[in-house]
Design a protein around this ligand. Structure first.
Ligand code: ADP
Ligand code: MG
Length: 352
C-alpha cells in the first residue's frame, strides 16, 4: 500500500471508471467526463465451441441486434440475465471488452474502478467480477450494490440519519432497498422485472392470437403502449410474428388495455416486493419514509403508471428519478468523486 499523498499524486494521471453492470445494459462513466459508454449486456458466441465471436462484432449493440436472429452456429447471450452470472467467462469477456473500449488509451497508474452489481449475486460471483476487472487492467476494484449506486445517482440522502427508499426495476431483477446512514437497512431482490413483462406479453400474444412474437418485439410493444395503470390515452399498435397454426408470418393489432391486463402478474410481484420490504423496516425508518417517499430507478420505472400503482398500494409518495436508466451509472461516478470518504462504507474493496 502506497502512502496516501503518493496515491493522490498518482491518481492525477489515472482514468477512474464507474461501471453499471446491469442485466440489460452496461454503462461506463469516466471521472470528469460523465457517461462514455452505454451498450446492451449481450455477447455473441459460437454455439458449438462456446467461443466469443471476433470482439468488435460480438459484444454490446452489435450482439443485441443478433438476439433471436442468429443463424444456427451463433447464439447471442445475456450473461447476467436473471441477476446471476450464468457464465463467468462470457461475463469477463464482456466486461473487459467494455473497459478496453473506453480505455483505448493507456491505463496510467493505479486505475480504480467502481462496479455496481446486482445485490443478489453470490460472494463467488463478486470475486469473479473483481478478478475480471483486474485482468482487464484495473488496479483497485470496489464493488457497490446496485440499489446503493441508484440511491446516490438519484440524489437521495443516503448518508444522512434519515431513511430513504429506492426501487430499481431493471431487466432481470427488481431491487428494493431502504437506506440510512450510508448503509442498507432492509433490502430485497426479486427476479421479476422488465424481462418478465416482455415474457408476459409473449404469453398473451400466444394465448389470444396464436401468434409467436420475439423478445425484441415484445419489448417494443411494452415500451410503446405498455402501462401499469390507465394513465393517458389508450392506444394500439401492430405486432408481427409467426402464426402458431399455419406457421406463416402474420401481423395483428394489439391495444394498450390488453397489454396492461397482460402485465398485471409481473407488476403485482413487484408491488408485493415493495410492500414486503416496507413491512420489514423499523418503525423509526418507516416514519421517515412517510416524508421521504419512494424513488423509482431503472428502465422499468419508465413504464407508464408504475408510480401510480405503487402509490396506491403503499399510500406513499412515489417519484421517478430524473433519468432512471442512467441513475446507477451516475451513482458510481459520484461514488468515484467521494471515494476516500465512502470506500469504508461499502463492504468490499480488494487490491490487486
Ligand atoms: P439493468 O439494470 O438490469 O440492465 P435497466 O435499468 O437498463 O436494466 O432497464 C432495462 C429494462 O427497462 C428493460 O427490460 C427495458 O425493456 C425496460 N425499459 C426501458 N425503457 C422502458 C420504457 N420506456 N417503458 C418500460 N420499460 C422500459
Ligand atoms: Mg440496473
Amino acid at each position: 500500500m502506497l502512502p496516501n499523498f503518493i496515491q493522490r499524486f498518482l491518481s492525477m494521471f489515472t482514468v477512474d471508471m464507474g461501471i453499471d453492470l446491469g442485466t440489460c445494459n452496461t454503462l461506463v462513466c469516466v471521472r470528469g467526463e460523465g457517461i462514455v459508454l452505454n451498450e446492451p449486456s449481450v455477447v455473441a458466441v459460437q454455439k458449438h465451441t462456446g467461443e466469443v465471436l471476433h470482439k468488435g462484432q460480438a459484444v454490446g449493440w452489435a450482439a443485441k441486434e443478433m438476439l433471436g436472429k442468429t443463424p444456427g452456429s451463433i447464439t447471442a447471450i445475456r450473461p447476467l440475465r436473471d441477476g446471476v452470472i450464468s457464465d463467468f467467462r462470457i461475463t469477463e469477456a464482456m466486461l473487459s471488452y467494455f473497459i478496453q473500449k473506453v480505455n483505448g488509451r493507456s491505463w496510467g497508474f493505479g486505475p480504480r474502478v467502481v462496479i455496481a452489481i446486482p445485490s443478489g449475486i453470490t460472494a463467488v460471483e463478486k470475486q469473479a467480477v473483481k478478478q475480471s476487472a483486474q485482468r482487464a487492467g484495473a488496479q483497485i476494484v470496489y464493488l457497490v450494490e446496485e440499489p446503493v449506486a441508484a440511491a446516490i445517482g438519484a440524489g437521495l440522502p443516503w448518508v444522512e440519519p434519515t431513511a430513504s427508499m429506492i426501487v430499481d426495476i431493471g431487466g432481470g431483477t427488481t431491487e428494493v432497498a431502504i437506506m440510512s446512514l450510508a448503509d442498507i437497512a432492509v433490502c430485497e431482490s426479486v427476479r421479476v422485472a422488465g424481462d418478465d413483462m416482455d415474457e408476459a406479453i409473449i404469453g398473451h400474444m400466444k394465448k389470444t392470437y396464436n401468434l409467436m412474437i420475439g423478445e425484441q418485439t415484445a419489448e417494443r410493444i411494452k415500451i410503446e403502449i405498455g402501462s401499469a395503470a390507465p394513465v393517458g390515452e389508450e392506444t394500439s399498435m401492430e405486432a408481427r410474428g409467426r402464426d402458431m397454426i399455419s406457421g406463416l408470418p402474420r401481423k395483428t393489432v394489439v391495444t394498450s388495455e390488453e397489454i396492461r391486463e397482460a402485465l398485471q402478474e409481473p407488476i403485482s410481484a413487484i408491488i408485493e416486493t415493495v410492500t414486503r420490504t416496507l413491512e420489514r423496516a423499523e418503525p423509526e425508518l418507516a416514519a421517515d419514509l412517510v416524508d421521504n417517499g419512494i424513488t423509482l430507478a431503472g428502465g422499468g420505472a419508465l413504464l407508464r403508471g408504475i408510480d401510480v400503482v405503487l402509490q396506491n398500494a403503499t399510500g406513499m409518495e412515489v417519484r421517478v428519478a430524473d433519468d432512471p436508466l442512467t441513475c446507477v451509472a451516475a451513482g458510481t461516478a459520484i461514488f468515484l468523486e467521494n471515494l476516500e470518504v465512502w470506500k469504508s462504507s461499502i463492504e468490499s474493496d480488494l487490491e490487486a
